[in-house]
Design a binder for this molecule. Structure first.
Ligand SMILES: [Zn+2]
Ligand SMILES: [Zn+2]
Length: 387
């Protein structure tokens, strides 16, 4: 079991890992920053102190250290800069407070762990003494049966100790994530994409309580298809794409899409550009939701992610790995949610092309999202800002 200081150090290292890409707009990071704060609040409510601590620290690192080096930083509005600075200060204060609480919790657990270990040592020592005494007194060696019995009892004590150490280690940081820490010093090899992606991507997602790269479930209201199709209909008839932003909540390690926002936009037959992003931010603040992906139509094509779509999806997925791209093709009656594969994340993080361009198809860059469920029982709020 790690000592409290070691565990804290591990969390801090995790928090310091913030990577900002020049080809993702600075404004996107401002928006994601706001979402990190909202997510942090959720973790606080869920008493997930470690994840909250990592997120608030990440925000401070982003706002004070990483984002100022982004080429688009100087072009951010004075309001954006003010918000960043103000929130960075609050985040640092909150993180400091959380650190104290985590430390107290860790100290308590470690004390208990040490006490139990001492007790176990005492028990096995006594068992050994008893054994020697019996041998001496009776003046003969123990029978095989007696010796076996002794060894069984000793093994039991050891096993109890091992299990306890494991479960204790789980309460703040699961053993899996400590594994990923120790492997971090090794340069990621090409087939080590899983670790690589976990460390490099996922700005918002802290993952402190989620040792593995496993995606958390994302629920999408079944009614979204119908509602979005209706909102897109006029464009679809004119062979013009429509796009919307999927927003929602996280609770108990599960995401739910609750709001779809259609920002002001201009579409063509194979593209859709949004504008007036601040209006989207306002809606998100109002409903207290985070971005969980996007949805768009392919009026005449089938449902898949084009090269441009892949780059758009990369910026969503690099913030929260569970973010999805839903594509609706009225012509082929296809409706599918897509995610970028681990391999795809690596390719796209290195690709600097813009507009429609070629990516090698194998291994695949996209896949049908494995973690998404269309739930017919939940409703959705639509906010149409196009008018
Ligand atoms: Zn598309
Ligand atoms: Zn590309």
């Amino acid at each position: 079991m790690l000592t409290p200081s070691e565990t804290l150090c591990q969390l801090h290292q995790q928090a310091a890992e913030v990577r900002v890409y020049a080809h993702i707009g600075a404004r996107m990071y401002v928006r994601s920053g706001a979402e990190m704060i909202r997510m942090g609040g959720v973790y606080m409510d869920e008493k997930n102190l470690a994840s909250a601590y990592v997120l608030y620290t990440k925000y401070a690192v982003l706002a004070l250290e990483k984002l100022p080096k982004h080429p688009g930083y100087s072009k951010l509005s004075p309001e954006d800069l003010k918000v960043l600075k103000k929130r960075a200060k609050t985040s640092l204060d909150v993180a400091e407070e959380l650190k104290k609480r985590i430390r107290t919790q860790l100290d308590k657990e470690y004390e208990r762990y040490e006490a139990e270990r001492a007790e176990n040592d005492r028990l096995s020592d006594r068992l050994a003494e008893d054994l020697q005494l019996t041998e001496k007194e009776s003046g003969k060696k123990l029978t095989d049966e007696e010796r076996e019995d002794y060894e069984r009892r000793l093994a039991k004590i050891k096993e109890a100790e091992r299990l306890r150490a494991l479960s204790e280690a789980n309460t703040i940081v699961p053993p899996d994530s400590s594994k990923s820490r120790s492997s971090r010093s090794i340069e990621p090899s090409p087939d080590d994409n899983r670790n690589y992606s976990r460390d490099v991507y996922n700005l918002i997602d802290s993952g402190a309580n989620r040792g593995s790269q496993q995606l958390r479930p994302l629920l999408v209201p079944g009614i979204l298809r119908e509602k979005f199709a209706a909102l897109a209909e006029r464009n679809t008839e004119r062979n013009v794409e429509t796009c919307g932003v999927l927003c929602g909540k996280m609770s108990n390690n599960q995401f739910t899409v609750t709001v779809v926002v259609l920002p002001k936009q201009s579409g063509t037959s194979d593209s859709c550009l949004t504008s007036h992003e601040e209006e989207l931010f306002e809606v998100q603040e109002k409903y207290d939701v985070i971005t969980l992906g996007w949805i768009h139509t392919h009026p005449t094509q089938s449902a898949f992610l084009s090269s441009v779509d892949l780059h758009t999806q990369f910026s969503y997925q690099s913030m929260i790995p569970e973010s999805v791209a839903i594509v609706y093709s009225p012509k082929y009656q296809q409706y599918q949610s897509f995610s970028i594969t681990q391999h795809g994340l690596k390719v796209l993080s290195e690709c600097r092309e813009a507009g429609f361009h070629y990516h090698a198809k194998e291994p695949p860059l996209q896949q049908v999202s494995p973690h998404v469920t269309m739930d017919p029982s939940i409703g959705i709020t639509t906010v149409d800002l196009r008018l």
